[in-house]
Design a protein around this ligand. Structure first.
Ligand code: FAD
Length: 411
């Protein structure tokens, strides 16, 4: 029996049947943005999420939204609380050889960054979808299994966490918004799918400190001992990153060692001293990326991290997840409202254009961040030259700012 036939069999044996036009697997930024727009357009959908509502509303991750994404959410009525509570950033700072170099990207590009922690965005999107717009969402579901995606009658089966009942949702389409470790990507036939992977061979110790930000902007510390980053999350919490060997054990990083390295790698003339605080998150990210192409097969369409992962080097993942969701939502609305399937047919290619631009930028920025600590004097030299050019050449500055902030060509 093939994997798809086995899945169809397991879905077929479900004890309870329901129907929805679109089943959205995963309640992250991509799934919830999509669900909200479909609900507002009266396109019937159900969201399935393996975690509890409390868990997803507290899971710390991203914090920076690009202006085009905020404006697109605003146009959909999804940014009221964000705009009330966000902090707007217009500059970033590079620290190199003990010197500070401000980069005023808003002056250069006309666009800004919005600081809004991912758990707050997820909380807003769940509330708007489930509590305000009355959308259907099931939390804590188990053993989610799509089936029949290459037919015009796909379905998704899952086990209800309270009753243990196996439920099958018949649908027209499955939206795979279940992140990097989800199940939907595994339903794509390998012979029809390309997965392009890149491993940076670098680790980042990702930290959240219960400490106010120590600068009014993002700080990138380029240092022979390794990269260090500072990013505000809220007036009380700051995210820090420290380059470390991939696969390193977070337990190797005591409170004292973390703060000693941050002080050293972020030191620069005239810089404010770092505000220290309790470390409330400490984990090692092995920096790697992938891109799945095409992002759709049959009646399954992937969005967000399920289709493409970007290491948090350039803070792009959540922005891309929202971009996919906007395109997919428009495509569904055109399909159901105007019988126009061109958006669905062009969905993957349209998403991948931005995905590859951001992948290329992340690669470029990774070289700049990690050249000085690479142990290769040639790489250190050329990456320092790249950064100097970005800081002094107006043409290079525009190129950098355009990619750092993203463009709103599609939205
Ligand atoms: P997710 O947010 O992963 O959501 C997927 C959902 O699906 C989850 O709720 C999961 O529980 C659920 N799920 C999984 N499997 C199943 C299943 N089988 N059935 C049902 N549900 C399932 N991005 C930025 O843009 N800016 C940043 O500053 C930034 N910083 C980051 C910092 C860190 C430390 C990390 C780890 C990531 C960061 N990112 C950043 C990336 C960003 O967090 C992700 O790109 C974003 O969460 C992707 O959203 P998504 O909806 O595609 O997936």
């Amino acid at each position: 029996m093939t994997a798809d036939a086995a899945a169809a069999d397991s879905a077929g044996s479900a004890s309870s049947l329901h129907r929805s036009r679109v089943v959205i697997v995963g309640a992250g930024p991509s799934g919830l943005t999509l669900a909200n727009i479909l609900r507002a357009a009266s396109v019937d959908c159900v969201v399935l999420e393996t975690e509890s509502r409390e868990f997803i509303e507290q899971r710390p991750r991203a914090g920076f939204l690009e202006e085009w994404a905020v404006r697109a959410l605003e146009r959909r009525g999804l940014a009221d609380r964000l705009l009330e509570n966000t902090e707007v950033h217009t500059e970033c700072e590079f620290r190199l050889a003990g010197e500070r170099h401000r980069f005023p990207y808003a002056d250069v590009s006309g666009h800004r960054h919005f600081v809004y922690p991912q758990p707050l965005l997820v909380t807003d999107l769940v509330r708007e979808y489930a509590d305000v717009r009355g959308g259907a969402i099931r939390f804590g579901v188990r053993d989610v299994q799509p089936a029949g995606i290459d037919t015009d009658q796909p379905s998704v089966a899952y086990t209800d966490p309270e009753t243990g009942e196996r439920i099958r949702l018949d649908c027209d389409f499955v939206a795979g918004c279940d992140g990097a470790r989800g199940v939907t990507r595994t339903c794509l036939p390998p012979e029809r799918t390309t997965v392009a992977r890149h491993d940076y061979g670098i680790g980042w110790l990702a930290l959240l400190a219960e400490a106010p930000p120590s600068s009014d902007c993002v700080v990138f510390g380029i240092h022979p001992r390794g990269f260090a980053g500072h990013m505000a999350r809220s007036p009380q919490v700051t995210r820090y990153y420290l380059e470390c060997p991939p696969g390193d054990d977070p337990e190797n990083w005591s409170h004292e060692r973390v703060w000693a390295e941050l002080h050293e790698r972020l030191a620069a003339d005239g810089a404010r001293p770092l505000n220290e605080g309790r470390l409330i998150e400490k984990r090692v990210l092995d920096m790697h990326n992938y891109v799945v192409a095409p992002m759709a097969y049959g009646r399954l369409l992937l969005a967000g991290d399920s289709a493409h992962l970007l290491a948090p080097i350039a803070a792009k993942g959540m922005n891309l997840a929202i971009h996919d969701a906007l395109l997919l939502a428009d495509a569904f609305v055109a399909y159901y409202g105007k019988d126009d399937d061109s958006g669905l047919r062009g969905y993957s290619a349209a998403c991948l254009r931005r995905v590859w631009q951001y992948q290329e930028f992340s690669q470029w920025l990774s070289d700049v961040f990690h050249g000085a600590s690479s142990g290769d004097p040639f790489l250190a030299g050329i990456t320092a030259a790249r950064l100097r050019r970005t800081l002094v050449s107006p043409a290079a500055a525009i190129g950098f700012a355009e990619l750092y902030l993203g463009k709103d060509t599609d939205y």
